[in-house]
Design a protein around this ligand. Sequence first.
Ligand SMILES: C[S@@+](CC[C@H](N)C(=O)[O-])C[C@H]1O[C@@H](n2cnc3c(N)ncnc32)[C@H](O)[C@@H]1O
Length: 245
Amino acid sequence: MAESAKDTLFQIDSVEEDFVFNERVVEVFDDMLDRSVPFYKEVIGSTARLLACFLHRGDAIYDLGCATGTTLLDFSRLLEDRGLKFIGVDNSTPMLDKARLKAELYSKTESLSFLEEDITKIHHPGTGAFIVNYTMQFIRPLQREDFIRQLYNNLRPGGVLLLSEKVISHDRRLNREYIDIYHRFKRKKGYSELEIAKKREALENVLIPFSIDENKTLLKSCGFQSVDTYFQWFNFASFIAVKPS
Ligand SMILES: C[S@@+](CC[C@H](N)C(=O)[O-])C[C@H]1O[C@@H](n2cnc3c(N)ncnc32)[C@H](O)[C@@H]1O
């Protein structure tokens, strides 16, 4: 069944370990993203608009950390008839099983494919675009420069990287206010104070956000020329980075 169960992972007392993308998470993952990532669908739509500006017929789009394939399924509808190839990459077998099942249910198996790979070791030269949504934040900060450089090297000239991340502000007051606003967003989506606090604790050592400036500096230091944000909602931001032609 591809429908996502309701995310109640942090309602029970037993969850005290660090957050991992295991089978229990996969079961509720689509519901979790819908209720935890502000403007999730709008970001996918805006990303598709940018892809339409930069991609050529025949280009491959790799979604790194594709999880259950929601983004690529939306792209295959929003960017239909453009002759693009959509490939999802993840290292979680249960996530990919669910992604393949969804592609089958929506009759998209011809335009979508999924690979089980470590995204920090990819080799796909000539790629038109890489999408990295809410995933680089889980890569150790010291590994991020090598990761982005590798993406840069694998893009064709004029190719684009579209990156969405949770971000921090180095202004302590603003950071605190943004986090409070984000927690109010989650309360409105039906999470309890306890669930919010437990999830925050589970993610503490695992999800390490950079600021907007740190992300931009990282992208530029790896060779990208046009670097900008195309979306921001308090502590969430999306970046475009273009490889020179
Ligand atoms: C927060 S989810 C991504 C959400 C997804 N991009 C979306 O927008 O729907 C992070 C995903 O990255 C995957 N992941 C984390 N580290 C990875 C790695 N080194 N190689 C491949 N996949 C990885 C996890 O298995 C998980 O599915």
